[in-house]
Design a protein around this ligand. Sequence first.
Ligand code: SF4
Ligand code: MG
Length: 333
Amino acid sequence: MEKILEVTDLHVTFATYGGTVQAVRGVDFHLNKGETLAIVGESGCGKSVTVNAIMRLIPNPPGRITNGKILFKGQDLTKLKEKKMRSIRGVDISMIFQDPMTALNPTLTIGNQLMEGLKQHHDVTDKEAKRRALEMLDLVGIPNPEERLKQYPHQFSGGMRQRIVIAIALICEPELLIADEPTTALDVTIQAQILELFERIQEVTGVSIILITHDLGVVAKIADRVAVMYAGKIIETGMKREIFYRPQHPYTKGLLESVPRLDTKGKLQPIEGTPPDLFSPPTGCPFTARCPFAMEVCDKVYPESTAMSDSHTVNCWLQDERAKKVLATMATN
Ligand code: SF4
Ligand code: MG
């Protein structure tokens, strides 16, 4: 399978008055062409920072990519000049955010906003731009596109506004679409419609998608593969069915158990404890303090990735045959 994106050993820090926050601490993952990868985890685990780094939208200062490669179609985005990055952002890679209101300009008609995005990057006539804008509104399921083009954002419902945001993100035909919690601000029925829209868009355009979410229901609905993040690291990756039916990391298991189910009458089982402080993250497994299975080796050495299948990896000493050896070496030192 062709990889469209490959992130290797990504580190991102933020300088604050209280010290340096290590927000992303050695993240590796890839995205295959045409697939949807969901990055899941609690808020503050580094998932938004990871995708903002891909877009090169980490404000510097205080933020900084301190290490790593972000290969997009073989080209390392961390090495590009801002000018070159501007020609990629919104054209080859588009991003949509949680709140559709802040993404739209309240003083411009949506037709103008759609056409502006296209004209900024492509040499097109007004007629051609309008044709594309209409085509996009149709793709995202907005009825009467001719009339709707002349309207302003406040004349649309929240769900419709998010459809417009998606249309703007797609008008330059990006190959990669990054969506950060795209349905979180919407009510449940609208959420489902927007998720269906993502599926349809992928079918029609073949766009590869990275979806950031803390909602496993969203993952179940549209992801092909899943990466679970915890305390600035990816701790498990796999095909959706591997993560849902054969989770290996105690944190992933905890996340799945915290999803309300019919048989538990919707009672949430939150994982006890809190994630570690990322000002001085632990050297060993960051889940040690919350993990019911923690062993001696866990808080001392970080578990490397163990392959459970061709597509499933986990970073946990429970699955790592090297655990005993590491402990033995530590004892003799
Ligand atoms: Fe728990 Fe140890 Fe596995 Fe971390 S490495 S999740 S502490 S068993
Ligand atoms: Mg976030």
